[in-house]
Design a protein around this ligand. Structure first.
Ligand code: ACO
Length: 323
């Protein structure tokens, strides 16, 4: 059977680092409060010359280099983002143009913080359905542009950045020993749409708007939703949590990461944590964390890796793959 195998990975961060200490000069907060409640120590903020497309392009080029491929080898681009350069065309098309690709298809996918998990799942279906052989899956965000910089309850949480992987069709024998994506599980429930949202848009206010969040409500649902899709992944493959080498979660908040790991009996040594360095970069956080742990040698060929995310919508999902 056809499997979607990770052939390469890459990441890109804005030039500017914004530390918690600097944040203290912008809003009424402290480094101690931010670290204790979220685990975040710094985040990267896009400059005037940096956008979702430029960061996504840089991550894509890094992934191509890592894979030993050229843009001509790619036949589909799926960009997970909630912060497109323009309302339309899709920022994926902008990245396609920057890479000099004129063939295949490119489109954006919007599932907020779960976007990368949704995009990996979508790419896997295109590959297994025979419509694409090599898909560039990118998560790129400039959440700093959606933030109300006077609202200390949200502006301390988010950062900008991009990560990318290249998924390539390969042969598998249909067992959980195969390399590539083994199973994926996606969920959403719009009943929660007002708990984390942006109060603007082309069809309503005609403005971009600002991010609004009921933090405690998000927190309350996060661990249960994450557990739901993690358990679904293991049930579907008959693998056990003990088989897992690395959990690569969406990086929202260290307390959510620790709470989920505890509930699932996954030791924190197996959890890739980058929220301290990047903050919450929404759809970019998982590919940034993957690139971090794969380039420093933690994630190795053959490792069992579980991606999971929960975010605005609410949306949530998991992808279990063998690296
Ligand atoms: N600095 C200092 N004090 C602050 C700050 C800040 N940046 N923000 C809020 N406070 C204050 C509040 O005003 C409040 O003060 P009060 O008691 O005098 O009213 C106090 O801190 C406690 O506020 P809470 O909102 O109750 O703080 P809580 O412990 O719930 O932590 C947080 C807030 C970190 C947002 C938490 O609710 C959380 O982690 N929620 C999950 C949300 C999340 O991670 N969202 C990311 C996006 S969603 C996703 O990616 C899954």
């Amino acid at each position: 059977m056809i499997r979607s195998i990770v052939r390469g990975f890459g990441a890109s961060l804005p030039k500017r680092v914004l530390t918690n200490r600097e944040m203290e000069t912008l809003v009424d907060t402290t480094d101690e409060w931010i670290v204790q409640r979220t685990g975040i120590r710094q985040r990267y903020i896009a400059g005037d010359d940096e956008t979702t497309a430029s960061l996504g392009e840089a991550a894509a080029r890094a992934a191509l280099d890592n894979a030993g491929l050229t843009p001509a080898d790619i036949d589909m681009i799926i960009l997970a983002t909630s912060t497109p350069d323009n309302t339309f065309p899709a920022t994926a098309v902008n990245i396609q143009q920057r890479l000099g690709i004129h063939h295949g298809a490119a489109f954006d996918l919007q599932a907020v913080c779960s976007g990368f998990v949704f995009a990996m799942t979508t790419a896997d279906l295109y590959i297994r359905g025979g419509m694409a052989r090599r898909v560039l899956v990118i998560g790129s965000e400039t959440f700093s542009r959606l933030l109300d910089w006077n609202d200390r309850t949200t502006c301390v949480l988010f950062g900008d950045g991009a990560g990318a992987v290249i998924l390539e069709a390969g042969e598998g024998n249909g067992t959980s020993d195969d390399r590539g994506i083994l199973t994926a599980h996606l969920r959403s429930d719009g009943a929660h749409k007002d708990k984390l949202y942006v109060d603007g848009g082309p069809s309503t206010t005609g403005t971009v708007g600002h991010l609004k969040m009921e933090g405690r409500e998000v927190f309350k649902h996060a661990v249960g939703m994450i557990t739901d899709v993690v358990v679904a992944a293991f049930d579907a493959t008959k693998l056990s949590i003990d088989d897992l080498d690395w959990l690569v979660p969406h990086q929202a908040n260290i307390r959510i990461l620790e709470g989920s790991a505890r509930k699932l009996s996954i030791p924190m040594e197996k959890v890739v944590v980058t929220v301290d360095q990047h903050g919450n970069t929404s759809a970019a956080s998982i590919p940034l964390a993957l690139a971090t742990a794969a380039s420093d040698g933690r994630i190795k060929k053959g490792d069992l890796v579980l991606l999971e995310a929960m975010g605005g919508g609410f949306t949530w999902g998991s992808v279990l793959l063998r690296w």
